[in-house]
Every structure is written in structure tokens, then in C-alpha cells.
Design a protein around this ligand. Sequence first.
Ligand code: ADP
Ligand code: MG
Length: 836
Amino acid sequence: MKTINYGIDLGTTNSLIAKFDSGTVEVFKNPVGFKETLPSCIAFRGERTLIGDKAREWLLKDPLNVFAGFKRKMGTSDNYFCPTKNEFFSPMQLSSMVLAELKGFVHTQEKPDCAVITIPASFDTVQSNATKKAGYDAGFREVVLLQEPIAASLAFFNKIADNELSKGKWLVYDLGGGTFDVALIGITETEMRVIDHVGDNYLGGLDFDHSIVMDVLVPKLIKQTSIPELSTELNKRQGRYEKLYYILLLKAEEAKKELSQVTQTEIEFSYDITGNGEEDFFLEFTREELNACIKPRIESTLDMIRKVLERNAVSPADISEVIMIGGSTYIPYVREVVHSSTGIKVNCSADPTTAVAVGAAYYAGSKSSKLEEEKKEPSVNTVGQTDTEILRFELSYNKTTKDTEEYITGLVQNYREGLQFRLTRSDGGFDTGIKPLKPKLGEFVTLRSNGLNEFRLKVFDAHMNEVPCQADTIGITHGLFSLFGQPLPEDISIEVDDVENNTTKCQVVFERNSILPLTKTIYREVSRTIKKGSDDKLIIHVLEGNSKAHPNTNQAIGIIEIKATQLQGDLIKGSDVEIRLEITESRDVSVQVTLLLFNQQFSNVFSPTEKYISIQKLREEIKEIRNMLHAEIEKAANNEDFEKAADIQVLAEKLQKLYEDAMALKEDDLSDLKYQIEEQKRKLAQQIYGSENNPRLVQAKANYFGWRSTIQYWCETYADMPQAYKEEHEALKQREPGAFASNSFFQLDSLQKAQMRLINKMVLYTPSLLVVFYMHYANLDESEYKDLKAARATISAAEKALERKNYEELRSHFTHLLSLTKDSVQMEKIAGTGLG
Ligand code: ADP
Ligand code: MG
């Protein structure tokens, strides 16, 4: 049996490689310089490519040809331009060079061909897949992804001999160079699981360094040189002081590290700032100054700790300790405030730099490799046998244990007399020998210490011929903690039509924090008839993000477009669609769609390393947001709220420009323009539909509550109000907590629309209320009617109906009158997905 064994921490700042070997982990050192860390930095120097420390040094000589921090851009279409090569490099390509270099650290003769590579817990499907692809491009034939906080926890807890001590809940606080993550971990006897996590992919040591330069060093330099433009000119690409910026950045980082040991230091460098030749500079830098610099960012990490505790209803007293990892947790201030603000004990015993790599190696040591399986002889052929004939074992056992023995039990399906079995451990260290098979199996097996034990079960007939059977490989890990599994960082949904509201919405399939791998089948109906051969299509759009928000704010990870020309017949409205979605632990997403009407199947596997975008869909989405904004502007202008109208106008113009760009895109466009347009659309959509302090949300809430009290008043005042409406009003109130908790404009909007529909019904079908409204519209200023003559005629007809107390007739005149007034707004109908 082969396990993966190699674990790699592909960090923003530093990368490491480690290997698991019979219970212990070795972190490999760079054959040059003997350091464990390889800076994640690439330099192109003429024909040569420098990786790691050499590349970092080159930063001072030729900053434009040196690239670092690219992990932050993983999975985006942002590429780095390299002038000496006259070539673009993607974050994925640069990462793959780092990974290939790490392979060279392995001093044994072995060439690693599979590895566990770590990713931040908040990496989405696209970022994860880009990391995996970087691994394959670096020559690994098998790549398994592992979230960093889990890796760190594995490293930490596998060192604690006493299990009792580790039971409970823990926090892992990982503050590195580029990212911050805090994870809430739960531990039982042998298993650990990530309960929840919060993170920021743009918060780390790099940001501290930048702030040291801009907020501390530059003001001091300006004082010394009297060149005020330093503060604006310093970090301009290809500007006069660009090189100085990199020098200061490097010096700032060095000084920052020193200040973890001492309370004050001096920064020394020489540079020709004035243009009159090189000068030596000395700048004082104290721990206090550093602390002041990083304070706001550290506070935001504390907010994230609070958030993860609060939303899981865990109090700080319930937490055993905070495990500190990541290079930036060397900073004393960080350790102090995490403790003082939460009251939780801070544990700094894990090595902040190596913990993730070590944990990745532990995981790799318990994970069997698929590469070996490919080479294995095919198992006994079960083809040609029906389901009722194949022997099937349903086994149960602990997947992890600290005991050296484990009891495997199980039932044998389709049991027959006269068979025998044999259970063997793959390394040959255990063997039951041939034994008669009974309907119930129960065997003690012995385990090899500190690692994964695999057992295989074989069945034979009386003549010792192997009998086909179905039994999964039995894997039991001894000594180490096993993982309950990796949680999904965001909801995965399918976009479906919201016909009532003339828009689309997310139908959640997998919720955030569900444990990977995941499989689920959902059933939906076709929302409109799709005629065979027409140019219509049914769209199955897989989304990642907050499922309570509008689909426009989510990220697209895959799409299946079923064209009407592919259909076997007309796809009738209301017919069933079966959608099966599967996500592997390494984040491959597969989708299988079955149109049950024809039993026609469509499927695809998505491993997006960049966002996946349908141009037609993109145009539709932009159009929908744009139309909505136009309606909003009109509404604001009608209410004479010109300030608001002007604000929305700014957004609308951006969308108009985006719409034109999207219209100009060709279906076969190869550039990354569509990704850029999509990104901008998503950001705008989040701004419009999403954010918590969105003034639109506040306004929408105010509107909702305004109408709500009006309805309440009607219910109490108009005795002829049908009971059903009063009940509907109560039902709407039930929906409020959900709509307000989600803080999504979309949810609220949908509640508001339901409210409007109720108001319409109340007005039209409560005679006394109908009369009140009719009177209002019959007495409008003449300029308010679009067609005065028609309005007058309708009013006189309505008056007659009113005299006769014929409310049905009055209702029809009233609605006609409404359509003759100027404030009736008509929305364009959206195309939708065809999936209801
Ligand atoms: P990443 O996970 O981003 O690759 P690391 O966990 O290796 O990063 O942390 C790197 C960051 O930690 C860098 O910003 C570095 O400046 C910072 N760092 C390393 N050592 C120290 C130290 N002794 N004091 C303060 N910061 C440090
Ligand atoms: Mg890290």
C-alpha cells in the first residue's frame, strides 16, 4: 500500500515541504543555504529563473522582474507581466515553479509524484482548483488539497500524547504574510473537525510592512530630506522612487522581525534620494511605533474571532486555548492582545513557520495514493452478475484509534453457504488465514503504529477460486488524529427562476461548512416550455457564495447549457429535471442533469481554475441589474429625492458601460476581458444587493415597515376585509426574521414584493378599501393622467358602478383608470434559466 506522505505548505511568503515516514515527520531543507523555508518569490534574470532567497535578493536590483505574493491572486485572471521575458505569467504558473523547486529539497533518492498541498480555509472552488493545477503543472501526478488550519491542528494535536487533554474546542489563529484565518476546531477522542472559520485573504505581514514604510519611515525620511512628494511618488510602478520603496519594504520587514526580540532598532540604508549622489540614512524604529502601525489590522482579526465564536454560540470560556501559527504571530503585541481581549490562553508552542507543512505531511501519511491503485491488477470481475448475486460486505470499525487492535464487524449481503474468506493487512503484517465465511463477520486485527493500516478482504469457494465480492478497502489509522473532513467554505447553489418576482434566485444544494466530499440529487421543474429546435435553452448554472443573496453576487463555477436543438422533443413547462451534484474533497464539481421526460442526460465535470462564464448569461445579468437601477432612479426622481437618484445614476452608468463591453464581446473571445467584466459585475451586484449597511437595504426596510403598519390599520378598520388576507398578512410577518437576518437586499426585496401583491389584493377585493382608493385616483390632478379623455370616461362609468354598489364593475374601471395614470412602471421581462 502506498500513502501520499509528502505535505507542502504553499505559502504567500514562504513555502515548505515535509514528509511523513513511519510516525514521524521530516521538514526538508533547501540544499543551498540549508533553510527549511523557500520564499515564494520568482525572479527572471536574463535567461535564468531564480526561485526563493536568490529571487528575493534580486528584488533590490530589478524589482520589475521579480514576483512575490502571487498566492493572493490565485484563481483570478490577473497576470504578471515580465519585461525581460516580454511574457505574462499567471499566479498559477508562478506557484507551479515554487512547487517544482520544493521537489528539489527532497534529499532522498525518491522523486515525489504525489503531495498534499495546503490552501487557506477560505479558498473557493476556483482558487482551490488553480492550486491543484499548479501542483500538476509542477509534475505531481496526484494532488490532494488540505485546508491550512486543519493542517496546523493536526501538527499540534498529534504531538500531544494525552488525548484527554485535547478534547474540547480550540481556536487556530493563523496570521501569515498574506492571509489571516481563524478556525474553530472541535476534538473528540480520535477525531477533529473544523466547526467553522472566518478569514481575510488580504491581511498579513505584507500589509504591516507596507504600513511601516508609508506611515512610519516615509514621514521620517521627509523630515530628513524635505522632499514631501516621497509620500505620493514612492510606490508608483516605474516611478522615480520605486526601487527605494522596495528597499524600504525589505528593511521594514527585517526591522519588524527584530522588534519581536528587542524594543527598538535602527534602519540603515544608502540611496540617492535628492539626485545629488548616494547618501546614508538612519531611521529609528520602536516597538511602540510598530504596534501602533498594526493595531487596526490586529483589531480586525479580533473581530473575526468574536464573529466565529458568536455565530456558533461558543463563549471564550468554552475554548481550551488559541493555537498561534503563521510568522506574524511572533509579534509580542499580537500574542498579548489576542489573550487580553478574549481572555483565552494563548498557546505558542507550535512552530509558527513549519506547523502547516508538518500537519500536511501527517495527513499525507494517512492518505492512500490512487497512483498505486491504477497499477494494481484489476479486481475480480463482477460484470455479468446481477445485483442480487454479488456478495457485498457492509463493514463497521473505527477509522482511527489509539489502540493497537481493532474489531471489524459486518454483515454479508447475498450470503451463500460453503465459502471462505481471508483478511490481510497490505504490508503483510497481519493475516487471518483462510476461514469459513458466516453471514456475520467479526474479526480482531492488529495495527501498525502511527500510520494508516489498510486491510483487504477476499472470498474463495471450496476449490480456492476467488469469488467476486464488493468490499471497500478497510483503512484504519493508528495513533494519529483523523480528520472528520474538510468543510465547504461557501454555499453551493443552482440558479433557478423566480417567476413571481421576474428574476432568478439561488437554490442551495450544499450549505457552507458541510463536510466534503458531497453528493446530492435535487429535483426541479421546467419553468417555461422550451420548444425543440427553437433558440431557447435550459441553463443549469452552478454558483458559489451566499445562497441567500442574489445569484448575481455569487461566483459562477460551472454551467450546462442545454440547447433546444439538443432536445428529443418539446420540454414542457412543469416537467421534472433531476440534477445530481457532486464535489470531491479536492473540489472537482460534477453535474449530471437528467430530463426525466425523455430520460435524456447531460453531464460535465468542472475543475475551474479561472471563473467560468457564459457571455450570454453575463449580458442578461448586467441587463437585469441595469433595468432594476433605472426603475430605482425613476422612483427616486418621482419622490424628488434627487440626491439618491444621482447616486444610483453613477452605478447605472458603470453598468451601462459594462453592458456595452459585454455586448461587444465575441462568443469565442480568448482574452480575459469577460472575466474582468464578470468580476466588475459581481462587485457592483454585491454593492447593490448585498452589503450590510447598504442604504438601499435601510430604505427597503423603512418602506416595508411603513406599509406593514398601513396594512395592520386596514385589517383593523375595514370590517369587510376578507379573512384570508388577514391571515396572509400574519404569514408575511413570519417571514420577517429570515429576511432581515440575511441582510440581503434580495430577500427583503422578495418580501416587499409579496407585500405589494397582498396590498393589491386587499385594495381590489375589500369593497370599502376599493372605494377609498378609487376616490383617490378619480381626484388626481388632470396632469397626472396620460390620457385625460379616456380617464374622464372611465371615471364616469365607475361612478355609475359605485351608485349600484357593483364592486366587480368598479374594480375593473379602477384598474383601467390606474393604467391611465403616469406612475405605473413596467418592468422588462428577464430571460431566466428556464429552471423553476
Ligand atoms: P505565509 O503563510 O504567508 O507564507 P508565514 O507564516 O511564513 O507566511 O509568515 C510570514 C510572515 O511572517 C512575513 O510577513 C514575515 O515578515 C512575518 N514574520 C516572520 N518572522 C517574524 C518575526 N520574528 N516577527 C514578526 N514577523 C515575522
Ligand atoms: Mg501560512
